[in-house]
Design a binder for this molecule. Structure first.
Ligand SMILES: Cc1cc2nc3c(=O)[nH]c(=O)nc-3n(C[C@H](O)[C@H](O)[C@H](O)COP(=O)(O)OP(=O)(O)OC[C@H]3O[C@@H](n4cnc5c(N)ncnc54)[C@H](O)[C@@H]3O)c2cc1C
Length: 199
């Protein structure tokens, strides 16, 4: 979206927000490459995660006491998703569990929570998401949000997720792991895509 607009600058990290005596705002950014840039604006819309504000200089932004308190006290956490597509939905069949499951699970084997994100979609293939938080997410090997199977660390996260899911859905990790890129005609062989996100 940013690329389609004329005036959007990407890669600028806000460092400081200050109100000017003329009723405007001065915003200081770190630019890609390390240089700084200052922009003066009549209005500022802050769309960054609220908890980020505690690491920025907003001391002269004119925020009221309540907002300053929220900035200093609100915490933040980490969550991650590893999404794996399987050629068939083992969890919708009879197996080493009671009846037919819908794929949803909470486990103490390490992955924390998982569910079938494709349960409303037809077809044999299904995507299981493994959703974690806290130190479990912190220990993920993928270094970037929205990593795909070719990104460093993702294969290791996939293997970890499968090991942790195996006691819950016996047989899930027995499919041959076969990463398939978008458009690849081999879609449907075992685990076909993996996305790991860490924030
Ligand atoms: C692992 C995970 C899975 C999730 N899954 C779902 C889901 O399935 N469905 C759903 O509805 N929600 C989901 N969420 C929640 C959803 O992602 C958030 O609610 C949503 O992205 C919040 O949008 P936002 O625009 O407020 O913040 P963000 O999407 O976090 O955007 C904030 C932006 O600010 C930028 N920024 C940060 N610091 C600065 C700075 N100093 N200067 C300039 N820019 C800065 C960041 O780079 C980012 O681009 C998930 C969250 C996580 C972590």
């Amino acid at each position: 979206m940013a690329k389609a607009l004329d005036n959007v600058k990407t890669g600028y990290a806000m460092q400081k927000l200050a109100a000017t005596s003329g009723g405007r705002y001065e915003i200081t950014f770190d630019k890609p490459g390390g240089a700084a840039a200052t922009v003066t604006a009549d209005y500022v819309v802050l769309a960054l995660p609220f908890a980020v504000l505690s690491g920025l200089d907003t001391s002269r932004a004119g925020f009221d006491v309540l907002k300053k308190e929220a900035i200093s006290e609100l915490g933040r956490g980490r969550n991650g998703k590893t999404q794996l597509q399987f050629s068939s939905r083992l969890w919708n069949q009879h197996g080493g569990w009671h009846g037919i499951s819908n794929g949803s699970s909470y486990a103490d084997t390490g992955y924390q929570a998982g569910w079938d994100v494709t349960r409303a979609q037809p077809g044999d293939a299904g995507i299981m998401v493994f959703y974690s938080g806290g130190s479990t997410t912190g220990a993920m090997a993928a270094a970037r949000p929205y990593s795909d199977i070719d990104a460093p660390g993702v294969r290791s996260d996939v293997s970890t997720a499968l090991q942790r899911a195996e006691p819950v859905f016996p047989g899930l990790s027995s499919d041959e792991f076969e990463p398939i890129e978008t458009g690849d005609t081999r879609v449907g062989i075992g685990v076909v895509t993996a996305v790991a996100a860490r924030f």
